[in-house]
Design a protein around this ligand. Structure first.
Ligand code: FDA
Length: 525
């Protein structure tokens, strides 16, 4: 590690401000010692404390949920904006030595802000910001890429297509999502019916573990390599970069967006869609977005218009899709279309790391049996006509998703027909707006109980939801028994194996947050 001889003035000021911080949950944090330790290994210009002008702008640069910058939210003690792996190693080593916990932030899209904030005043932590670790290097001859965790999905899509128009990557529909959080939580998107999750295409990774060691696939061992591909990276270390397999897409793909109002059979079409969409050929992904009392059927077809029209006529004639609905384009332009609902923007918008900021609350679910039409009608009548109704997204599984065993990666929800998201976002400040939106999302979730996943209610970890439970301590580590309440909703039977991996790689529970995986108690092993 490089050593800098002097601690910059702003760090000395910060020492004075922060030296009184103490955590109530374990050994007191020695923040002064932490900053001194960091300063010996990391250029002071990369260490941003509340005393520096840069702190707020850096913190806010990748905050995606304004709920977690409201007064009362716990902010990081400092942010280390690392530029090389050794900085990450030093931050972990210094954090361990001085009892300051670390939260890692790649793209900052965590629905509950866990990468940069907490609603628990007892949480004291520093943020490792990986935004500068975003190099992407493509080996076109092997259809592989190394991608830094700080890259965004849009940057990865753009780089893959620039190397070869027939390279794609299965990942989410929002280009500003960070690779680090997305791949470590799974990663679902428009190519998942054909190629599975992003995590299914990971072939190597570089991780800094709780000892500060730099590990790759062969040195980390198969259990840790399994855990970071869907178990949420934050519990096991810091993933610096990922080697991924790029997948084949045709030079021309076809998309459509067909909107239907309620008086144009929207509910009837959604009812049919539930059984049809997971059984469609793998080359066709057909999702539904419900917003403003309209159902928007949006498709990506890995082929030309003619093939799409034939498939839709044979499998879903009720939608009435015709040649006029087709828009042919390159795959990379289809990723623009999926986010902006238009392909009129150039592919370069994928390189824009900025994102609209809004208040956000999301709840999600999975469906094993089609919900009866009458139930959907009554949900629509009761909930969707309200002004605070959320954007509802229905995303089909089936295809490759279903053919991967649920224990192959930590993501266990392979057999469902589709996933639901109630994505409530709003711009008005104030408690009244907040309460109204939260009640809407929680209310519709409650009313759907008879029709959705059960025992446990299945949630995808990348759709983080603190309503399903948060950690409590037992002695100095997170309670396994308490964590099962939320953990089995995310991971079902894989939760115990994740806890076993945690015991091996971080038995002291250094990498901890409100929903981090606890170590498995010795008695349960
Ligand atoms: P962020 O930096 O907030 O990290 C999320 C979690 O992962 C935190 O706990 C963090 O500590 C941890 N983490 C991050 N980087 C790490 C690293 N390098 N090593 C270890 N731990 C790390 N999902 C999906 O599957 N399909 C989709 O289409 C979408 N679409 C979407 C749209 C929008 C607008 C949002 C806000 C979110 C999504 N998501 C999604 C969810 C998204 O996949 C999820 O929030 C990811 O965790 C975000 O990753 P970031 O790196 O951006 O988040």
């Amino acid at each position: 590690m490089a050593r800098t001889p002097m601690i910059a003035l702003h760090l000395l000021v910060a020492l004075c401000i922060l030296s009184s911080v103490r955590t109530s949950s374990s050994a007191p944090s020695d923040v002064d010692g932490f900053i001194g330790c960091l300063s010996a290994a990391i250029p002071p210009s990369l260490i941003h404390t509340p005393a520096t002008n840069s702190y707020s702008s850096l913190l806010l640069a990748s905050v995606r949920n304004l709920r977690y910058v409201l007064p009362g939210t716990t902010r990081p003690l400092l942010i280390v904006a690392v530029t090389e792996p050794a900085h990450v190693q030093a931050t972990v080593v210094c954090g361990r030595r001085h009892s300051v916990r670390i939260r890692t932030r790649s793209g900052g899209h965590d629905y509950e802000g866990l990468s940069y904030a907490s609603v628990d005043p007892d949480q004291h932590f520093a943020v490792l910001d990986l935004g500068e670790l975003r190099a992407i290097s493509i080996d076109a001859s092997r259809s592989e890429a190394w991608v830094g965790s700080g890259a965004t999905l849009g940057e990865l899509y753009y780089a893959a297509a620039a190397a070869n128009q027939t390279f794609g990557f299965p990942a989410g529909n929002c280009p500003t999502v960070g690779v680090g959080g997305h791949l470590s939580g799974g990663g679902f998107g428009a190519l998942s019916r054909k190629y599975g999750l992003s995590a299914d295409q990971v072939i190597d990774a570089v991780v800094v573990d709780a000892e500060g060691r730099l590990l790759n696939r062969s040195t980390m061992g198969k259990d840790l390599f399994w855990a970071i591909r869907g178990g949420g990276g934050e519990s096991f270390g810091v993933v610096l970069s990922w080697k991924v397999r790029l997948v084949a897409v045709p030079e021309t793909v076809t998309v459509f967006s067909i909107r239907r109002l309620r008086n144009e059979s929207a509910v009837d079409l959604i009812t049919k869609w539930q059984a049809i969409s997971p059984a469609l050929p793998r080359d066709l992904y057909l999702r539904v977005l419900v917003q403003n009392q309209q159902a928007n059927f949006i498709a990506l077809f890995l082929g030309r218009c003619g093939g799409l029209v034939d498939t839709m006529r044979a499998r879903f004639p009720e939608l009435g899709m015709t040649e006029q609905d087709c828009q042919e384009m390159s795959w990379v332009k289809s990723t623009v279309f999926f986010f902006y609902n238009t392909a009129d923007r150039p592919a370069e918008v994928l390189l824009d790391r900025r994102n609209a900021n809004y208040y956000l609350k999301v709840k999600s679910d999975h469906v094993a049996e089609p919900i009866p039409g009458e139930a959907l009608e009554s949900i629509w009548t009761k909930w969707l006509e309200k002004p605070e109704a959320a954007l509802i997204m229905l995303d089909p599984y089936g295809g490759r998703m279903r053919s991967i065993p649920p224990s192959a990666t930590p993501f266990p929800h392979r057999d469902y027909l589709y996933q639901f998201q109630f994505f409530s976002f709003w711009f008005e400040n104030g408690t009244a707006a907040l309460e109204r939106r939260l009640s809407w999302v929680r209310g519709v979730y409650e009313d759907l109980t008879p029709y959705v996943s059960k025992n446990p209610r299945a949630v995808y970890v990348n759709y983080r939801d603190l309503d399903i439970g948060t950690n409590e301590l037992e002695g100095n580590v997170t309670s396994y028994a308490k964590a099962r309440v939320w953990g089995e909703k995310y991971f079902k039977g894989n939760f115990k194996r994740l806890a076993a991996v945690k015991s091996m790689v971080d038995p002291d529970d250094f990498f901890r947050n409100e929903q981090s995986i606890p170590p498995l108690p010795a008695a349960k092993r």
